[in-house]
Ligand binder design. Sequence first.
Ligand SMILES: Nc1ncnc2c1ncn2[C@@H]1O[C@H](COP(=O)(O)OP(=O)(O)OP(=O)(O)O)[C@@H](O)[C@H]1O
Length: 299
Amino acid sequence: MTLVLKEVTKRFQEHTAVDRLSLEIPEKEMFGFLGGNGAGKTTTFRMILGLLDSTEGEISWNGESIDYDKSHLIGYLPEERGLYPKLTVKEQLVYLGKLRGMKKHAILTELEYWLERFKVPEYMTKKVEELSKGNQQKIQFISAVIHKPELLILDEPFSGLDPVNVEMMKEAVIDLKDQGTSIVFSSHQMHHVEQLCENLCILQKGSPVVHGALKDIKRSFGKKNLIIHGDIDFSFLKDFQGVTSYQKGAQGCKLQIDNEQVFQDILSAIQGKGFIRKFDLEEPSLNDIFIAKVGASYE
Ligand SMILES: Nc1ncnc2c1ncn2[C@@H]1O[C@H](COP(=O)(O)OP(=O)(O)OP(=O)(O)O)[C@@H](O)[C@H]1O
């Protein structure tokens, strides 16, 4: 069960929102689909969902065109809330589950399971408008997965959730992936993507500026972070050869450096200047890579 996008393009009059995008997302995969505002993510989702026709290219599921009559195939958690405020959670999910071709008893069994899992069984009979933003997000998530879709598109699934609920939903998402669901995961919160996705792409003006396995992307980025804590004025490192960025922190500084030789040079340069509590070389974060790649093409 693999989602394949082949040279997919979407033009709105003169504007190209998605530009010859090719992707492959197999089952049991959580693929990070990233990009700055207006990069073309939602337009891509709408084409996968059949809500928009592509101008060119092909989208297939398991080697065939997506059959939109199979309403149970895809689950979508959009960034915007789309629940009916006046309905109870039960009425809401029974309605949405039936649209997905489910029988009422199957919907209620699944709904009970998810409300228990999210530790809110009492919400069954509450109106959506009575729930907090974060708890509405849980219900919206349940509505995206209640029919056990084979392909799940999650757009900012953790928005509005407190850290405890983020962890709870992350576990749920990982379980769905392990059970075989292909998941497209989109977020502007890079640390979540870094934790959940092995493969990803970063879209810029409709086409990928970065695409592949996260560990390869990090390796090929080259630059690393150097974290230094100590009782020294580190500001001279701003202009140090091989330092590409300098961030002052409460306990010292965070530098982006070109390579490990720069690490050695800085170590020699600060020796004897004062007390050093921390001197750590770290892989670049996905956030660093995103800013470098997306920022670079804005410049
Ligand atoms: N119906 C439309 N008509 C004309 N232009 C559109 C339409 N829908 C989207 N666009 C344009 O296509 C581009 C991509 O938009 P899209 O909503 O896909 O971006 P996005 O990556 O989802 O952004 P964000 O992270 O801000 O939600 C934007 O420049 C947007 O203005």
